[in-house]
Design a protein around this ligand. Sequence first.
Ligand code: PFF
Length: 458
Amino acid sequence: MATTPTNNRGTWNSKLGFILAAAGSAVGLGNIWGFPTQVADNGGAAFILIYLFCCLVVGFPVMVAELTIGRRTQKNPVGAFKALSNGNPFASIIGYWGVLCGVMILSFYIVISGWTLAFVFEEILFFLGYESMAQTIGDLGNGPKNALFTVGFMILTVLIVTGGVSQGIERATKTLMPVLLVILAILIAYIFTLDGAMEGLQMYIMPDFSTISGGLVLSALGQAFFSLSLGMGALITYGSYLNKKQNIVESAAYVTIFDIGIAVLAGLLVIPAMFVAQASGVQIFNPETGALFSSVTLVFDVLPEMFHNVGGLIGMLLGVTFFILLGLAALTSSISLLEVPVSYVIDEHKVRRKKAAWLIGGIVGLIGVIVSFELALIDIFVAIFNEIGLPLGGLMICIFLGYFWKTENALIEMEDGYENVRQSKFAPIWSIFIRYISPLLIALVLISVIWDLLQGLL
Ligand code: PFF
């Protein structure tokens, strides 16, 4: 059995604290908006079924893999692969790739998250009757304004990460996650009192299997990867702060279920809300193509319209709560994105946490400011670092674990906290998934994304 490390890295204070922190990383912009938009775009309930399949078949096994690698090595992603491969430089590339993806994904994630902060002010200003000021703050094309909120969000993220693992990340997510659930429940209850909500519900729960296609399966898999925070070592890093008493398999199951649950709840809010907005005259679908407006436009252009149509104090309160909810979810994800490069700098370059967080935060903030003025960069970064980067990272993790470190060694690590894991049914099933099924499915996604990109370029 693996021994408990004696170094002084942080650890999670409690079992629940870790699960909430990891769930906080998973639940973010991807769930609250990405998932409902994909559902609306892909035939409603049929997409949900495929998405669930992807989370369970690929997401869950890879999550167990990342957490196990993290706890075994007690290191950041670069250090972890170095340690498990006796310093093989090719293995470290997986870790460096994760750090790079963390920096680049965070640099646009803070721009979109900054908009959530901006819209809290927009809703308040609109309510107070300062309509032109509200419009300036709500204008997504306004570079200086975007930059201001981007930097603001980056500072918030850095402040939590400088607090360290248990005092910063764990304490913040332990409070924020339950708040998020409560706000979500209130908004769902409210939306169903409005005209049009039932039409949305129908689309959400009645599967239309005629919409299932290869493309739909691939977008469901991509969404599962991003939403569960997999492929860039965020959960290797969070796993490195786990103590040996924690059952990794059980924790990963809770996080996966929590992430799916929040996405499903978010859909239950956003999809009916779209139809409510439509019933009050807001355009949801492009009249020429019949397709849904883009996800970014939908949240930040269409939903404020709906809140304004509700009007008065209630409309303002709903709008403010919704954007606070989105901001909170984004914050608990952005801290995990920042923690990957920060833990790398702390471990590998012996820099103190505070200095590391401000240093990396400064670099990411700077790229974020550039993105704020040049929003087209978001699409480019998404294509390279989300759509290719994360699945590529996940594929490399599966191959490394399955064929180099070996699943048997991973199962030995899992015995701490789950004594009979090697005798359980989980062991052989997980081994088959991590060696064959998950990498094969990820490879399929990757080939299709690259194929699509090439076709777009030609
Ligand atoms: N899971 C987050 C979301 O759904 O918004 C995004 C994310 C966080 C992706 C952390 C990757 C990651 F490592």
